[in-house]
Design a protein around this ligand. Structure first.
Ligand SMILES: Nc1ncnc2c1ncn2[C@@H]1O[C@H](COP(=O)(O)OP(=O)(O)OP(=O)(O)O)[C@@H](O)[C@H]1O
Ligand SMILES: [Mg+2]
Length: 393
């Protein structure tokens, strides 16, 4: 917007136009845009004006402080010397300013900067109409800037809304699937127990050696595996389960997770780095479930870095305004292909030949039932970060 404004002012009224914006603290002016029809002059000006101006004194600063525009068709020498204030050697040589106009830049009723227009050509002072036009240009620039800001805020709000909506949809989907998984697991459990018992009886009838026994052993161990999986599903998706919550400390939980993973990490040449985990961050949780969350994420990280190994970095920090602790787990693997980002938490989504695709779906549900949320992002240098947010006590 400002580039268009400085250019328009320079081309229609004449010569050098500079737009200054107030710094965050409101004490300095920073050159934001500049235009002069001659390229070499423009470059020289740009170099000369690579400064920050204090607004406390100086002619430009005064316009910003008071909000009153300055129309000086034939400025006094003192005005030119004090154009930028006492602290600055005016980079604009006095002969370069034979006529001067400065208007405040107001966005939504607040002065946020200023536009300065100068003419070097002697004998052609600015006239009243120039001043009027310049002021209306500044007014319109203020409105345009306000619109841009509005649009930016809107875009941000929209993005937040979309993230929230996506999480809600995911939670909805998972809830429906949970019910199905729970009932299927329940129905499968009984026949499996029967099969396990039958296999046990058969084993006593078959000789301890030979191919029959081998086949029977294999059937037994595979059935046990299924029984284990079904049991796990039943535990997690039992409706109305009443596993009691208790206060847990982030640092302690992460220590225990590390302990559980130690051998696995060594076997896969994965280093563990948990730096500066603040003590005293406490949240309410079901210990086994919470550990399962971090185990699932870490096991995936190890898988992702296979076979070369790598590093898992764990960080935790309190987000004071939201009373939430964020626990971030980053790996040095290849990261997650963007087209999969939306599907990771779906039950049975897996890219592994031996995966069930339940790890992250279960993780999502546990975090959700703890009043938290989980986010995932790829790191610019490769690797993925899973962040679990939980409300602190
Ligand atoms: N840290 C990671 N880096 C890259 N991809 C990942 C990472 N974590 C998860 N994924 C991807 O997400 C998919 C789903 O993970 P999830 O834990 O739900 O299932 P899984 O690991 O494939 O199977 P299971 O956990 O049941 O053994 C994985 O197959 C993998 O493609
Ligand atoms: Mg997994």
């Amino acid at each position: 917007v400002l580039d268009a404004v400085t250019q328009a002012a320079s081309k229609t009224i004449g010569e050098a136009c500079v737009a200054w914006l107030l710094s965050e603290d409101g004490n300095q002016l920073i050159p934001e845009s500049l235009y002069h029809p001659d390229q070499p002059v423009r470059d020289a000006l740009r170099e000369a004006l690579a400064v920050q101006l204090a607004i406390r004194d100086g002619v430009t600063g005064q316009v910003v402080r008071t909000g009153k525009a300055l129309f000086a068709p034939q400025p006094a020498q003192a005005q030119i010397e004090m154009l930028f204030g006492s602290g600055y050697q005016s980079p604009v040589h006095s002969t370069q300013v034979n006529s001067l106009m400065i208007v405040p830049l107001t966005v939504e009723g607040k002065t946020t900067g200023t536009l300065v227009l100068t003419r070097a050509r002697p004998g052609h002072p600015y006239v009243e109409d120039d001043f009027k036009f310049f002021r209306s240009l500044a007014d319109r620039a203020g409105i345009a800037i306000a619109n841009v800001r509005l649009y930016q805020n809107l875009a941000k709000a929209l993005q937040q809304e979309q993230t929230l909506r996506r999480q809600l949809i995911q939670a909805e989907k998972n809830l429906a699937l949970n019910r199905m998984v729970a009932s299927v697991a329940h129905e499968i459990n009984n026949p499996i127990q029967t099969i396990v018992n039958c296999l046990y009886l058969l084993r006593t009838a078959v000789s301890t050696e030979g191919p029959d026994r081998e086949a029977l052993d294999m059937a037994t161990s595979e059935t046990r595996r299924i029984a284990g999986l079904v049991q796990q599903l039943r535990d997690l998706y039992r409706p109305g389960q009443d596993k009691s919550m208790c206060p847990l400390e982030v640092k302690e939980i992460l220590k225990e997770v590390h302990k559980l993973l130690l051998t696995h990490l060594q076997q896969h040449q994965v280093a563990w780095e948990a730096q500066d985990i603040p003590a005293g961050l406490v949240f309410n949780g079901i210990p086994d479930h919470i550990k399962q969350v971090f185990l699932n994420i870490c096991l995936n990280a190890v898988d992702a870095m296979d076979p070369d190994g790598g590093k898992i970095s764990v960080k935790a920090a309190l987000d004071a305004p939201s009373y939430q602790v964020g626990i971030a787990i980053t790996d040095t693997g290849p990261g997650i292909p963007p087209e999969y980002l939306d599907r990771l938490f779906e039950p049975f989504f897996t890219t592994k030949t031996t995966g069930t695709g339940l790890g992250l779906a279960i993780t999502f549900d546990i975090v959700q039932s703890h009043g938290g949320r989980i986010t995932v992002e790829n790191q610019p240098g490769g690797g993925a970060t899973f962040t679990v947010w939980l409300p602190v006590l």
